[in-house]
Design a protein around this ligand. Structure first.
Ligand SMILES: Cc1ncc(COP(=O)(O)O)c(C=O)c1O
Length: 373
């Protein structure tokens, strides 16, 4: 074996020995009745929604050249009406998060990021020329201490947080974040990836639920989760939109999503805003499961439909996930670097197309496994 390649093999072997090796699985081969690993929170993938007709499967170029079909206008206008501010659409949440902060911030600016923000946000910060500091997860006293000490030294300051945290299922306190951003004259950047479709009367996210949409300067949503599609958007001031069109590299230097996807996204958006009953069912199912886990003294957290079961050790977590798969639950272990070392977990993602009867055995199965291992 080539010496250069051998080094990679050694690293992979190290990952394997700590239970942290990842591999791609063909999920069609897994015979599980209940899928608790999907972000299809409203169960829309199982709905019989008429497909858009007559659209191309290719876009031919970036949005700034010939890839900007009329379908984009329609979708952005719909988002603009719903959120009452300007909207700009991107290829994915990853594109959005790596591109927005790196375009809007530069030398002399500061980014303050919740410690558990998603990897795509972290990558966006790394691409920026601004300085950055992470504040302790959901610890707004820590955030304010940093603002008190540092705000004066910087030109623009960005406070960045997820609304519902992807791996912990807990949520940001938007009232406090808005207060702080106003008091210290900052931009508030909110990633609603896991709240879009799920929270708020129309499913526009946690900011809608709290009546604070207009207070968020950069509200990011992705179509890859509850919308069961692909693509993402930012809601922002029209000047910021114009600036991003000129400066955002992950918008400019990539082929646009094909018109058929954008038409499908429009249909999905129109569909999910009406799914209020599904949202209510989803949240009550999640609350019931979380309470049952707590009754069994199983370590969990949060208050959304994402329910973590904290195991700690990666190898034990892998074994527990395998065990639950054999019992018919499609569940995968979540390990570092997705979560901090020593906090490997199951991430139970409750979706609106599930019934209580389908998931009620989970707490007892987890408890039995933990008692024996
Ligand atoms: C909080 C958060 N933001 C952004 C993303 C990326 O979104 P997308 O899957 O559309 O690239 C994810 C997905 O994993 C996420 O959890």
């Amino acid at each position: 074996m080539n010496d250069l390649v051998k080094k990679y093999l050694e690293e992979l072997e190290k990952l394997e020995s700590t239970g942290n090796l990842r591999s791609l699985k063909n999920i069609s081969n897994l015979d599980c009745k209940v899928n608790l690993s999907s972000n299809d929170y409203l169960g829309v993938s199982k709905k019989n929604i008429p497909r858009p007709k007559g659209n191309s499967f290719g876009s031919g170029s970036s949005r700034l050249l010939t890839g900007n079909f009329k379908e984009y206008d329609l979708l952005e206008k719909e988002l603009e009406e719903l959120y009452e501010n300007s909207a700009l659409f991107f290829n994915s949440g990853y594109h959005a998060n790596i591109g927005i902060l790196s375009a809007l911030s530069g030398k002399g600016d500061l980014i303050l990021s919740d410690k558990l923000n998603h990897a795509s946000i972290i990558d966006g910060i790394r691409l920026s020329k601004a300085e950055y500091t992470r504040f302790k997860h959901l610890n707004y006293k820590h955030l304010e201490d940093i603002l008190q000490n540092k705000r004066e030294q910087y030109d623009r300051v960005f406070i960045v947080s997820e609304s519902v945290f992807s791996m912990d299922g807990d949520e940001a306190d938007l009232q406090i974040l808005v207060q702080l951003k106003k008091k210290y004259n900052c931009f508030l950047y909110l990633d609603e990836a896991h709240a879009l479709g799920v929270r708020g009367l129309k499913g526009l996210g946690l900011a809608e639920e709290k009546g604070l949409i207009q207070e968020v300067d950069l509200l990011v949503g992705t179509f890859g989760k509850a919308m069961n599609s692909i693509g993402a958007f930012v809601i922002c001031d029209s000047i910021i939109k114009k600036y991003l069109i000129n400066k955002m590299r992950s918008l400019i230097f990539t082929t646009a999503l094909p018109p058929i996807v954008i038409s499908w996204n429009y249909i999905m958006l129109r569909t999910i805003i009406k799914m209020r009953m599904e949202r209510e069912h989803l949240m009550s199912l999640a609350e019931k499961l979380r309470n049952k886990l707590k009754d069994f003294n199983i370590k969990t957290d949060g208050n959304s439909n994402i329910i973590p079961v904290i195991i700690g050790d990666s190898q034990k977590c892998v074994k527990l996930a395998d065990y639950l798969q054999r019992k018919g639950f499609l569940i995968f272990p979540i390990r570092p670097p997705t979560v901090p070392v020593g906090t490997s977990r199951l991430r139970l993602s409750v979706c609106a197309d599930m019934t209580w009867e389908e998931i009620e055995d989970l707490p007892i199965l987890i408890k039995e496994f933990c008692n024996e291992n």
